[in-house]
Design a binder for this molecule. Structure first.
Ligand code: GKR
Ligand code: MG
Length: 418
C-alpha cells in the first residue's frame, strides 16, 4: 500500500471546434493521467488537466509522495500543501486552488488503489452508491463544421457537423440524444447575441418538450440582459448557469430570475461560499472533484450545500474515461447531487485511454462501474499514442481565445459584453 512511483503522463486527444464565450476549442485537448504504483504492484489511476502549472505542481510533489500510504490521504493532502506553499517564490502568493487541483488527482488515484487493494469500488469507499446509474445531460455546443485550414495544415473534419443556429442546435441534440439517450439538455451559450440563443432554447423546448433545459453563457451577459433573458425563459429553463460575472452580479440577477441560478464560475473555492450564501447569489452549485479538492471533499461540499438549501449539479471540462469513472463514482455516492451531471465525453468518440467495455451510456446515464476502485483499466497502447500526440503538439496551455483570433483577429472575449 506504499507509493513506490508516481507516473505523470500528459496526453492530448482530438476535440471538435466547439464555440464558447471566450473562443473556440483547439484541435487537441491537454489532459494528464497519473498512475500511483504501489510497492505490491497495484496501480491507482487519476486524471486531471494537462496544463503546464498542474504538471509542474505534480512534478514538485512527486518525490514527497514516495513511501506514503495510499490510505493516508490526510497526510498526503498536508504534504502537498506544505510542498507547494514552500515552492511559492519570494513575494509570490500561495495558491491553495493549485494545491487542491494537485491533491484531487492524487486522492482519486489513492482511492482507486484503495479499492483495488480491498476489492471495493470507489463509490463503496465513499459511503456507497445511492444510485446504480448516474444521469448525465446532453452538453450541446455551437460549433463549426470543421477546424479550418491553418498554417499549411489542412482542415480537420468533424463528424458532428456545424451547429450555428437553432436548427443546427436541435439537430445536434437529436443526434446526441439518439446515440446516448440523454434526458436533460445543456446548451453552451455566450456565443451569439442573447436573442439568438433564446431562439435556440425555444427550438429545443419545441423539439424536446419534456427534457429539462439549461443554458450557460459563461458570464457573457450584463445583469440587465440576464434579467431579461431569465424573464423571457420563465418556465422553460431548469436553471440558468453563470449568466453574469461575480457573486454580486449573480445576486442581482437571482433577485428577479424566476428560475434557479447555477455556477461553476463564481463559487469555485471554499471562501466563495459565505458571500454567495449571504447574498443568495446561487441556487445550484456545479461541483467538480478536479478542483474542489477531490472525491471526499466533493461529498462534503454537497452536504454543506444541502444545509443552505443549495442544489448540487456537476461541472465538466473536456476529459477522458478515468475522469468519467471518477465523476460517476462520486456522483453515485452523493445523495444531494440530484441534477443530471455535465460531461464532454461524447465529444471524444475517437480515443480513450480506458479500455472499452466498462464505461457506457444507457438512457443518458452511466452505470456505476462495478470492479474494484474506479473499475476501469488503462489501454497502454492508447496512452502511449496520446502521450506522443502531446509531445508532438508542443503546447502547454489551453487557449480558446488565441485560437479563435487566428481566424477572427477582432474576436472579443470580454465578460458581460452583451
Ligand atoms: O469546454 O468550452 C468548454 C466549457 O465552456 C468549459 O470550459 C466550462 O468550464 O463546461 C464548462 C462550464 O460549464 O462552464
Ligand atoms: Mg458552466
Amino acid at each position: 500500500m506504499l507509493i513506490r512511483d508516481v507516473r505523470i503522463t500528459p496526453v492530448a486527444f482530438r476535440d471538435p471546434p466547439l464555440l464558447n464565450a471566450i473562443g473556440v476549442h483547439e484541435p487537441l485537448v491537454l489532459r494528464c493521467i497519473v498512475r500511483l504504483v504501489l510497492d505490491d504492484g497495484v496501480v491507482g489511476l487519476g486524471e486531471c488537466a494537462g496544463q503546464r502549472p498542474q504538471l509542474d505542481r505534480l512534478a514538485a510533489v512527486r518525490p514527497h509522495l514516495i513511501g506514503m500510504s495510499v490510505f493516508d490521504t490526510n497526510g498526503i493532502e498536508r504534504t502537498i500543501g506544505t510542498v507547494l506553499r514552500a515552492g511559492t517564490p519570494p513575494g509570490g502568493t500561495p495558491d491553495p486552488m493549485g494545491a487542491r487541483n494537485a491533491f484531487s488527482v492524487i486522492e482519486t488515484a489513492c482511492m482507486d488503489a484503495q479499492g483495488r487493494l480491498t476489492g471495493r469500488s470507489v463509490s463503496e469507499l465513499l459511503g456507497g452508491a445511492v444510485r446504480a446509474t448516474v444521469p448525465f445531460s446532453a452538453y450541446l455546443f455551437y460549433k463549426w463544421a470543421e477546424h479550418p485550414p491553418l498554417d499549411g495544415r489542412p482542415a480537420i473534419p468533424d463528424e458532428w457537423g456545424a451547429a450555428l443556429d437553432p436548427a443546427g442546435v436541435v439537430d445536434q441534440a437529436k443526434a446526441m440524444i439518439e446515440e446516448y439517450g440523454f434526458r436533460s439538455i445543456k446548451l453552451k451559450g455566450g456565443v451569439f447575441p442573447p436573442d439568438e440563443e433564446i431562439a435556440a432554447v425555444r427550438a429545443l423546448r419545441a423539439a424536446f418538450p419534456d427534457h429539462p433545459l439549461r443554458i450557460d453563457p459563461n458570464c457573457a451577459w450584463t445583469v440587465e440582459t440576464a434579467r431579461r433573458v431569465a424573464a423571457e425563459l420563465d418556465g422553460v429553463l431548469e436553471y440558468l448557469e453563470d449568466p453574469v460575472p461575480g457573486i454580486a452580479g449573480m445576486a442581482r440577477v437571482a433577485a428577479t430570475a424566476p428560475m434557479p441560478l447555477a455556477t461553476n464560475m463564481c463559487v469555485v473555492a471554499p471562501e466563495h461560499l459565505p458571500p454567495a450564501i449571504a447574498q443568495d447569489a446561487v441556487q445550484v452549485l456545479l461541483t467538480d472533484h478536479h478542483y474542489w479538492g477531490g472525491l471526499r471533499r466533493t461529498g462534503e461540499l454537497a452536504r454543506l450545500c444541502a444545509t443552505f438549501g443549495i442544489g448540487v449539479s456537476m461541472h465538466s471540462n473536456s476529459h477522458l474515461g478515468v475522469s468519467l469513472a471518477a465523476m460517476t463514482h462520486v456522483a453515485a455516492a452523493t445523495p444531494e447531487l440530484t441534477y443530471a451531471c455535465d460531461t464532454h465525453y461524447p465529444w471524444n468518440r475517437r480515443d480513450d485511454v480506458v479500455r472499452p467495455g466498462v464505461l457506457r451510456f444507457a438512457d443518458g446515464g452511466v452505470p456505476v462501474p462495478e470492479g474494484p476502485g474506479l473499475g476501469v483499466e488503462l489501454d497502454d497502447e492508447v496512452l502511449d499514442r496520446l502521450h506522443r500526440a502531446y509531445l508532438a503538439a508542443r503546447r502547454e496551455a489551453r487557449d480558446d481565445t488565441g485560437y479563435m483570433r487566428r481566424f477572427d483577429p477582432a474576436f472579443d472575449p470580454s465578460p458581460a459584453r452583451w
